[in-house]
Design a protein around this ligand. Structure first.
Ligand SMILES: [Zn+2]
Length: 456
């Protein structure tokens, strides 16, 4: 079956044809590890995970590379401000290296809890400084750079199709970008730093042909993606916020260095919109990280399922009401059983349904349509087949309800049955509340209390 993906470069859906099938090279811009990941950023990683799983479902062998930015990402996406790592180091009174390792581990803990497959290679920027220097030297030799006292700039006026991804109008850029504090040594407003040299207070510094300093954020992704995927590869993804500056600059420096196309398909995930007023946690603080959702009693997979309700190229409004609705939907999916599957004994009907869901997904990751179809068929086998893409752990969670109950729970059930027989309602209610707090669903059936582990 053909797979279609929306390519930001052409602004249309294109049939996906890899360079060397069945292999697919896929690069995703990773986190800047200066803080806990925001749930809006995690939405982007869920979209990229769905993309990878869809490619694998279609029989491709994906090599998934995602970098760790642990130096050089300034507080604006352009060159102004401070390095985010150094700001965090001052805030927490730790070294930028400690900050980087701590938040990198926190990031992978979050993605694991969201059942996001770990990329095959996760290169750190600080461990690829020689590759970055070599790439800057290559650009320098070809005449695309100039030096000022601040560092080495990429000269965008030398790159004839600069800005093609974002369809930038460079004439209007000369007056735009008011947030950027311009460096007067820069020749064109869109020029960007490849190597910073004049930052004496920056803790992370390396020797280079241009003096001690550190790399710009954009050169990191070009150097690391080309190292692991080759100088021309299939798919590059990120959030839509990367289009105008970061990916634009990655394309310029990569294609000027190599003289050919850098990436064939550019895919971008849309924003998660938070309410203007902050959504508060019941115990204070606001909801913006995965842990803050867990603290409010949400299973991470509820957040994953919530993200699957919207197409990746559509904005998604975050609210606790919408999250509650996703939880109800997910509980219903987890309550399906193979024994009462309407497609259980009808192979032709199953194959037809599978074809329809697969077509929906292969149409530029039409996950909301696919989920709609799956909800209509209500088939355990169909849900578990496509769980290879959805990543909701359906088989595992559905079994949770069938597990043997621990001795303590069995005793509580007996105590509650006795309390109900003797009409001690307060005690019966207290035991019920205790079981719910322990993560069980409690019902009152003809045989007394029924209890099963809540799947989500
Ligand atoms: Zn990047």
């Amino acid at each position: 079956m053909k797979l279609f993906l929306f390519n930001t470069m052409s602004r249309r859906k294109e049939e996906f044809i890899p360079i060397a099938p069945p292999k697919v090279g896929m690069y995703c811009c990773g986190p800047t590890v200066y803080n806990y990941a925001h749930i809006g950023n995690l939405r982007t990683y869920i979209f990229e995970d769905i993309l990878r799983r869809t490619l694998e479902f279609n029989g491709y062998q994906v090599l998934h590379v995602m970098n760790i930015t642990d130096v050089g990402h300034m507080t604006t996406d352009a060159d102004a401000g401070d390095d985010k790592m150094e700001v965090a180091a001052r805030r927490e009174n730790r070294s930028p290296w400690e900050i980087a390792r701590f938040y990198e581990a926190a990031f992978f803990k979050d993605t694991e809890r969201l059942n996001i497959l770990r990329p095959h290679i996760t290169p750190r920027a600080t461990e690829h400084i020689p590759e970055m220097i070599a790439l800057i030297q290559r650009l320098e030799a070809a005449g695309y750079t100039y030096r000022t006292k601040e560092g080495v700039y990429f000269d965008t006026s030398k790159c004839p199709d600069y800005g093609k991804l974002a369809r930038l109008d460079l004439s209007s850029q000369r007056t735009a970008r008011p947030e950027v504090v311009e460096d007067e040594t820069k020749r064109n407003p869109s020029d960007f730093m490849l190597w910073f040299t004049n930052k004496p207070n920056h803790i992370m510094q390396w020797e280079s042909p241009w003096g001690r300093g550190y790399p710009g954020w954009h050169i990191e992704c070009s150097a690391m993606s080309m190292k692991y995927l080759g100088e021309e590869f299939d798919i590059h993804c990120g959030g839509v916020d990367h289009i105008p500056v970061h990916h634009t600059n990655e394309i310029a420096q990569s294609e000027c260095a190599t003289g050919h196309t850098f990436v064939h398909y550019w895919l971008h995930g849309e924003f998660l919109l938070m309410n203007r007023e902050k959504i508060s946690k019941s115990k204070g603080g606001s909801i913006n990280t995965l842990q803050s959702l867990i603290d409010e009693g949400y299973d991470p997979l509820v957040y994953r399922y919530f993200c699957l309700q919207a197409h990746y190229r559509a904005e998604l409004n975050f609210s606790l009401e919408a999250l509650d609705a996703a939880r109800s939907g997910l509980r219903r999916i987890y309550s399906l059983r193979p024994d009462d599957d309407p497609l259980r004994n009808d192979e032709a009907a199953f194959e037809e349904a599978k074809q329809r869901v697969h077509e929906a997904i292969n149409d530029d990751l039409g996950i909301p349509e696919a989920v709609g179809l799956l909800n209509t068929y209500d088939s355990y086998r169909l849900w578990t087949t496509f769980d290879a893409i959805l990543g909701l752990k359906i088989a595992e969670r559905a079994q949770r309800g069938e597990e043997e109950l621990p001795e303590e729970v069995k005793q509580l059930i007996e105590q509650r049955n006795a309390a109900r027989r003797e009409k001690r309602w307060a005690e019966s209610d207290a035991i019920r509340a205790k079981l719910i707090a322990m993560g069980y669903e409690v019902g009152d059936g003809p045989q007394g209390t029924t209890v099963r582990k809540r799947p989500v």
